[in-house]
Write a protein that binds this ligand. Structure first.
Ligand code: AMP
Ligand code: TRP
Length: 321
């Protein structure tokens, strides 16, 4: 089995990314697993080149600081040539209708002027990411399931039309309750690309800022904590965050606090302690650009080498190269 997933530097890494994805990637720890910063995916809408480059470097550092071994990470654009070639092959395997049917494309393109063509073709690049590395298991959030299904369909189609090259991947979804909600608006999930970041806790936020964000968290008209995710999403979110960080369950945590104030402080403390080593190690790595560059180059070389035979076989089988 090979697990493989990516995170897009469309914003700074936030608590939901860490608790829902990165910390699990680090804990799973398979010898063949690979994780990457999908910077090429952050260009499908208006973007700032310097900002993107900075966030990609920062995210690479966060992945390593979170405990994913340095030899299991890479940055996508370091494989731009291989991925560009494979994306083209897969675009010749994918129908226009299949791409246009993607829910995320329809949602993001709606009402937008000058939609980039890459917004339509981005799931094919994502298929190339997955198929180049021969991944079998792709841990992603629900919103990415359809894209992994597309990668699955394209792998099958290529294999049966031209010859067996690709491993057919499957999406691995997180268990229910693994979703962290925005502290200022608990009806939506915490997201790195939210414009107003008052309710978004970033992995590199200073501890005092984390505490302030928790103090301002939106709750409800009650005053004593209880775990009712449907009726009281704000408090449920705090309980879930605290439970994940302390290795207990939300109902168990609920019984320990008599006021919302105490619960908010406890959740803030738990998050600050959980993120502290990650934040410190990330800042250390960012201070040592030489080491980070060395890690990045080695990761890119490994990932490129690993995918090379699939790319050359696919080119040959499709009648090119
Ligand atoms: P994204 O930030 O949408 O690029 O997601 C990167 C990874 O983080 C995906 O695997 C998501 O499922 C996960 N993730 C993002 N936001 C949250 C959240 N609020 N709660 C839990 N997991 C999240
Ligand atoms: N598109 C994914 C996201 O926005 C990130 C991603 C890019 C990815 N390529 C991938 C995830 C390949 C898994 C496998 O979250």
């Amino acid at each position: 089995m090979m697990r493989f997933s990516g995170i897009t530097p469309s914003g700074h890494t936030q608590l939901g990314n860490y608790l829902g994805a990165i910390s699990r990637w680090a804990a799973d720890g398979g010898a063949e697993d690979l994780y990457f910063v999908s910077d090429l995916h952050a260009m499908t809408t208006t973007h700032n080149p310097a900002g993107l480059r900075g966030r990609a470097t920062e995210m690479l550092a966060v992945l390593i600081a979170s405990g994913i071994p340095a030899e299991r990470v890479f940055v996508q654009s370091d494989l731009a040539r291989e991925l560009g070639a494979l994306t083209w092959i897969l675009e010749c395997t994918c129908s226009y209708g299949e791409a246009a049917r993607m829910i995320q494309f329809k949602e993001k393109a709606k009402g937008q002027a000058g939609v980039r063509l890459s917004l339509l073709t981005y799931p094919v690049l994502m298929a190339a990411d997955i198929l180049l590395q021969g991944a079998s298991d792709v841990p992603v959030g629900e919103d990415q399931r359809q894209h992994v299904e597309l990668a699955r369909a394209l792998a099958r189609r290529f294999n049966s039309t031209y010859g067996e090259v690709f491993t057919v991947p499957r999406a691995v979804l997180p268990h229910a309750g693994a979703r962290v909600r925005d502290l200022a608006d608990p009806t939506r999930k915490m997201s790195k690309s939210t414009r107003d970041s008052a309710g978004v806790v970033f992995v590199l936020d200073e501890p005092e800022l984390v505490r302030r964000k928790f103090r301002k968290a939106v709750t409800d008209g009650e005053s004593v904590p209880a775990y009712q995710p449907e009726e009281r999403p704000g408090v449920a979110n705090l309980l879930e965050i605290l439970a994940v960080c302390t290795g207990t369950t939300p109902p168990e945590v609920a019984g320990q606090y008599r006021s919302y104030g105490a619960l908010k402080d406890a959740a803030a403390d738990a998050v600050i302690e959980t993120l502290r080593p990650v934040r410190e190690r990330t800042l250390e790595l960012l201070d040592d650009q030489e080491e980070l560059t060395r890690i990045r180059k080695a990761g890119a070389a490994r990932a490129a080498e690993r995918g090379e035979h699939r790319l050359s076989s696919a080119l040959r089988l499709i009648g090119a190269g």
